[in-house]
Design a protein around this ligand. Sequence first.
Ligand SMILES: [Zn+2]
Length: 273
Amino acid sequence: MLWPDIGSYVGPTPNSNAGGMVEHRGLVLHIASGFYDGTISWQSHSHGADSTSSHFIVARDGRCVQMVDTADEAWAERAGNAHWLSVELEGFAPEDSLHATHQGWETATPQQIEVCARILAKMHAAYGVPLQLATSPSGQGLGHHSMGAESGVDWGHSMCPGAAIKAQKPAILARAITIATGAPISQETFMAALSDEQQHDLWVWMASLVDPKTPPSGRTDDRFHFPAVMVALNAKIDALTAKVDALAAAQGGNLPTGDVTVSGTLHVGAPAA
Ligand SMILES: [Zn+2]
């Protein structure tokens, strides 16, 4: 199948076997060790024994193309080709010569994570691929290239896609589950997917919703102050609830039904240090 909602089709490439897929066990992650346009160009032509291809190629900014139909074998994992779909991520592994001038490119970008998750979710819908992590060619779900070599199977490169992208597999899976099921991921999974800096930014944003908020430390980004602010906010809500209860009692216990709209600004005093 061609999946234009994932990426525009740029095939066919001579580096593929039409109708060669015998099953769809899951998606295998690769690092391209190259740029987006260069990888598309390389896969589009034969290079003799060095010919390769993948079903999808994803740029660091999230652009994506489909090189090989999902019913056809791409040439990415040797013995695994007829069993797994493959995706090449624009980037450079630490051992690649261009990595020195492209620090951080051994890690998938959030945009690449999103596209990989969409591919996996679509495979779940189209082929019943289970939404789980695969760690060997006998598994199913979200795999990676070197799980072949790590299992003693001839899948080629033992360093692809590298430790950084392997560590991102849970984040890709979590996002795929959300896309496929519509269910939000757990708070633990969400927080684990954030960097320390992103978690800090989240705390600062949450704290900014409550005003005033000058913590004893004088730092407006003091995350440890935030729980104290929440305690003060809860106290205000309890007091408000008590007033509503009193009002209801004065009315004979009969509150109006339907939605209640409250307008105005909620002010919470700084808690005692
Ligand atoms: Zn690879």
